[in-house]
Design a protein around this ligand. Structure first.
Ligand code: MTE
Length: 314
């Protein structure tokens, strides 16, 4: 089976400035005509309020992107391949009830409700940099808890070298899955030491409220030193494996998307440079920024890859 070449070259997408100017203009026109027509979700966070504490140690000091930017410019192929599709097409998706199946090389296995999964974990807000493989970036205030704390509960065996995550497969609820743009369901994976790193976060919220559907409700992963495609959304399965698991984008285009996918300005994507990025929401001249090794988290994570050739293990 062959897949269509992924349509994600930066040259093919609407530049973020144009995208947001168009939306601002549209909102302005609407507001001028009839302000009551403006949906509240355009301007204010929606969803249920979460209780959390702010984790300053693991937060960057840069200003977060606007809620509208984080929830209106998404990659979530289960709801379409364009940046505005996830918001437009995920409104009726119901992320409850939800359960997560845990299996493989673990002492504790089974199917857990979302409530079971969340219960023991105090929530934290962490402001992380986010870098997409398409060379755009944002700063995002996530709410979640360390993936390591969740993994410890399942008592992985000595054979567990990797952890594999799977997104819900339900073409009725996720219309993008009716198109063969990717091999569904979306799968991702981490080496066990990456998964146990304190920066790896299980995320349930954004801007203090439960995740909107387009950002991966009700449960997603965030690995801030890796390209965004590692940060899998709507997780229904966690599997501990001895062998390196398949990952969706690696299956789709192995020469373009590796298993590791660490942000690396020195290793270009075969079709574009990774040396710089366009920061969403920044003024035109300030938008283009140098990309930092490991997305600015080198001090914390570079040790995980000591001795590895990062050109080979991209
Ligand atoms: N997870 C699933 N299930 N499906 C997807 O298409 N896209 C990935 C990642 N997780 C994707 C996914 C990509 S390419 C990116 S850049 C991020 O989600 C985008 O996350 P955001 O929309 O919250 O910014």
């Amino acid at each position: 089976m062959t897949f269509r070449t992924p349509r994600i070259a930066p040259s093919e997408i609407t530049p973020p400035e144009v995208f947001f100017n168009r939306r601002t203009l549209l909102a302005g026109a609407l507001a001028a005509g009839a302000s009551s027509l403006l949906p509240a979700a355009e301007t204010a966070p929606s969803g249920a309020k979460l209780q959390y504490t702010r984790n300053a140690q693991y937060s960057v000091s840069e200003a977060p992107n606007k809620y509208e930017e984080i929830t209106g410019y998404n990659n979530y192929y289960e709801f379409g391949t364009d940046k505005e599709d996830p918001k437009a097409n995920s409104g009726s998706f119901r992320p409850t009830p939800w359960s997560v199946a845990v299996g493989g090389e673990a002492g504790v296995k089974g199917t857990f409700t979302l409530e079971d999964i969340l219960k023991p974990h105090p929530l934290e807000e962490r402001i992380y940099r986010f870098r997409c493989v398409e060379a755009w970036s944002m700063v995002i205030p996530w709410v979640g808890f360390p993936l390591s704390a969740l993994i410890e509960r399942f008592k992985p065996t000595a054979k567990a070298k990797y952890v594999e995550f799977t997104t819900l497969y339900d073409p009725h609820r996720m219309p993008g899955q009716r198109e063969r743009v990717l091999a569904w369901p979306y799968v991702e994976g981490l080496r066990m030491d990456e998964a146990m790193h304190p920066l790896a976060l299980m995320v349930v919220g954004l801007y203090g409220q439960t995740l909107p559907n387009q950002d991966g409700a009700p449960l997603r992963l965030i690995v801030p030193w890796k390209y965004g495609f590692k940060s899998i959304k709507a997780i229904v399965k966690i599997n501990f494996t001895e062998k390196q698991p398949n990952t969706t984008w690696n299956l789709s285009a192995p020469q373009e998307y590796g298993f590791y996918a660490n942000v690396n300005p020195q290793v270009d994507h075969p079709r574009w440079s990774q040396a710089t990025e366009r920061h969403i929401g920044a003024a035109f001249l300030a938008a283009r920024r140098p990309t930092l090794p490991f997305n600015g988290y080198a001090e914390q994570v570079a040790g995980l890859y000591k001795g590895m050739d990062l050109r080979r293990y991209y």
